[in-house]
Design a protein around this ligand. Sequence first.
Ligand code: G16
Length: 541
Amino acid sequence: MLLKTTPFSDQKPGTSGLRKQVTRFQEPNYLPNFIQSIFNCLPDLKGATLVVGGDGRFYNREAIQIIISMAAANQVGKLLIGQSGVLSTPAVSHLIRSNNALGGIILSASHNPGGPDGDFGVKYNASNGGPAPESFTDAVFKVSQNIESYEIADNDPVDLETKSTTELDGMIVEIVDSVSDYADLMESIFDFDKIRDLISQSDFKLCFDAMSAVTGPYAKEILGNRLGVQAENIIRAEPLEDFGGGHPDPNLAHAKELVERMFSDQAPAFGAASDGDGDRNMILGANCYVTPSDSLAILAANAQLVPGYKDGLAGVARSMPTSQAVDRVAEALSLKCFETPTGWKFFGNLLDDGRITLCGEESFGTGSDHVREKDGLWAVLFWLNILAVKQQSVSDLVMDHWKHFGRNYYTRHDYEGIETSRADEVFNLLESKLADSAGKVMSGRTIKKADNFAYNDPVDSSVSSNQGIRFLFEDGARIIFRKSGTGTSGATLRLYVEHFESDPTRFELDTQQVLKDLLNIAEELAQLTTLTGREKADVIT
Ligand code: G16
């Protein structure tokens, strides 16, 4: 049936889909409007296959029932839905690709908190398995601003709990195992025998924190059943609708229990965590934290030790704020290294065009051409495979890497949920300084270039501007400011600071101390204390 509706002005997708508070999504017509806007932008929708799944957060099941009814009324041919409505983001990407689907709808607000007062999100992924490009999300927003009606079937709720194939108004609904295809894909990339041997060594303990989010069942199958990790070493493995009240964000601040275990006398050799929808990862060794930027560089440097990458890499890419550690590896291996704006969608063209094999972001995301999303458990397995071959501790591996390539000291300071007008003031001030910054000396460092980053996609020639303010120094240091595109209230300002160190006697210093002078320069440039009204950042990683 056709239902009348009126537009909502706030349906512009951010860095990764539309993210709002659950209460907003629960408002009558809010979700249907957005889904119909997506459908209206898909000329090949009739008879096509779509994959649907979410990270299991509060409102997941209700949203899936709405999508089923709307898909049937819009004459979709087939829906593949994860059992209980659950699929990790990389698993959706894999199912789209392996089933030649038109695309998929992912229900997640990633690392944002869940529950009735938490956040919810909707993202459309295209037929390559990756997040739809900006041209598509812009078109969806445009449609959402003029929408007058949507199509929805009047059906009983579909049983999402049992694997089955049914028909609804001519549309096939298949409820599929959420884990098995993805687990098989992992087994085809990594040397599971070697990893199993490592895990069975008496001096090798590991701890994986699923953060009460989607990777619990995946970790139990892959790490537990297939690789022999004992159940007690996979913590918070039961997915909960509110993530146990926590913030499913795998970083030093939010994976507290894991971090405490890893920085203790009895620390396991390896620790890792993933986020709400399973695409982010954090890697730890005994008393050792690996920054996401270093992790990407180390994976790139050692990729040929892994069966899936034994023939070498086509190239690598990182988002602009990610440290330049991987650039050094690329240079040494004579690989092309691309610098893209923040957001996984910008890697899609490079992967599809065969220009890169590995890519990653400072925001705890790493991935490769095996899917078109970043992939948390894949990164964990990659690390385990390397450790199994090298028989080294995480900290020794990291130190060897720095000795070879040098160390990029790196930090990110987040000012969360500040008033939008205050954030705008900061960016207006920074913009006003760009033109005459080059050549200026600040605390003994000379600014080489200052700009607002714009990306020219080498594959489709699209241009994405306004992607973050950069102050680049002659010695390679960088100070970057950008506004988060994933928050749901106010503005979150991110400050990224990086300094390259080649002197091995200076590889084990405190990061915040090493970067202090650059942080002071950032304060001078942006007047953060005055303009944000905060003495210091809310989260420092
Ligand atoms: C999303 C995107 C990532 C991006 C991150 C940045 O991550 O998928 O590619 O790096 O947002 O977030 P922000 O704009 O807040 O800095 P996720 O894990 O939230 O989907």
